[in-house]
Design a binder for this molecule. Structure first.
Ligand code: NAD
Ligand code: DAU
Length: 341
């Protein structure tokens, strides 16, 4: 039985990945290593908590002693690093935890994995490392790295640390770069769950700038199957892009959400733009399709309707994750912009 250490497994994508992997592979054992920041929620894994193929270990990826301890305790074959500070707006307010976790934490994991002789290391990265696109074209794995936010810069640094370890130490590292995920268990600070939650509460939906920025949306289950394919068959040192081929402007998406939720467009508020806001992302995932036989399978229409339904059915989950700490962040980020600060 192979044993995979998943870092950041209590977050949105990590928790979906753990549930996906345990179901997909009856032979796998998963150790979830997570610091339980504001974005980490053990409740996301309630359905697998009792499984004898699942173990939770609290810890910080930038704590070398703790990481060494976990690698020693379990016979880890592979590491999938999801752990990160993941929200662009937070990185603009304060980049400190982004540098510590995303950069220092990744290097600590690389060093610990090398010392332990781990066979495979998958670094889960983002299309934001490529910067911003104009009206046409798509990011390929050869697109030059040009990150624009502190979050994107910290993820780029981590990608380069993996690259350097592969080049210098023959480290078995692979990097995945994915576009915007959506689906169940996403923290309601990101566009889709935030706007669903606000609309359900009859609260304004704060659209940055003119709302014409474009994102390429992928259902989280398609990202999970991509990361799993890389874990099994990815070539060491390679980079794999993943995307949903579902581009949409923020304002178009906002209108669609309001329609699905049967709420009026009068809830839309155009608020001052995100500083340095990337205009457009689009991913060319031909490499993953050709080399791994992977394909996105969930259409945006179907996935969005399912996601709205999940949030309708799980209003209590949203209530619980919107802790005091989250309310403080919301006030800082939106209070003045919405004219309520
Ligand atoms: P998230 O914010 O929902 O979850 C992050 C998880 O990491 C949380 O459980 C948190 O407790 C944990 N964590 C944070 N700092 C840690 C530390 N120092 N040590 C251990 N655990 C720590 O993030 P997400 O949206 O699920 O993203 C997961 C990964 O995927 C990130 O690396 C992100 O950059 C990448 N990614 C996200 C998207 C997206 O659309 N959300 C797209 C592409 C790539
Ligand atoms: O592209 C992958 C990236 O997608 C991941 O690496 C990040 O971890 C993830 O957070 C996401 O980044 P974005 O900045 O694209 O996602 P976010 O949901 O924050 O914003 C999506 C778009 O919506 C973006 O153009 C900004 C806009 N937006 C966002 C919020 C939170 C608004 O207009 N209003 C808002 O209140």
């Amino acid at each position: 039985m192979s044993c995979v250490l998943v870092t950041g497994g209590c977050g949105f994508i990590g928790s979906n990945f753990i549930r996906w992997l345990l179901e997909d592979d009856p032979e796998v054992r998963v150790v979830n290593f997570d610091k339980l920041t504001y974005a980490g929620n053990l409740e996301n894994l309630a359905s697998v908590a009792e499984s004898d193929r699942y173990e939770f270990c609290p810890g910080d990826i930038s704590d070398r002693e703790r990481v060494d301890g976990v690698l020693k305790q379990f016979d880890i074959d592979a590491i999938v690093n999801f752990a990160a500070e993941s929200h662009v707006d937070r990185s603009i307010l304060d980049s400190t935890p982004f540098i510590q976790t995303n950069i220092v934490g990744t290097q600590v994991l690389i060093d610990a994995a090398r010392a332990a002789g781990t066979n495979r290391f998958v670094q889960v990265s983002t299309d934001e490392v490529y910067g911003s696109l104009g009206a046409t074209g798509a990011f390929t794995e050869e697109t030059p790295l040009a990150p624009n936010s502190p979050y994107a810069a910290s993820k780029t640094a981590a990608d380069l640390l993996v690259r350097a370890a592969v080049h210098t130490h023959d480290f078995p590292g692979i990097v995945t770069r994915c576009s915007n995920n959506y689906g169940p268990y996403q923290f309601p600070e990101k566009l889709i769950p935030l706007f669903i939650s606000n609309a359900l509460d009859h609260q304004p939906l704060p659209v940055y700038g003119d709302g014409e920025n474009v994102r390429d949306w992928i259902h989280v289950s398609d990202h999970c199957s991509g990361v799993a394919a890389v874990l099994r068959e990815g070539v060491m040192g390679d980079v794999y892009n993943f995307g949903g081929r579902a581009e949409m402007s923020n304002i178009g998406l906002t209108r669609r959400l309001l329609e699905l939720l049967d709420r009026p467009e009068s809830l839309i508020r155009f608020v001052p733009d995100r500083p340095g806001h990337d205009q457009r992302y689009a991913i060319d995932c031909t490499h993953a399709e050709d080399e791994l036989g992977w394909k996105p399978t969930v259409s945006f229409d179907e996935g969005l309707a399912d996601t709205v339904e999940w949030y309708l059915q799980n209003a209590n989950w949203v209530e619980r994750v919107r802790s005091g700490a989250y309310r403080e962040y919301y006030e800082q980020q939106y209070g003045e912009r919405l004219g309520e600060g």
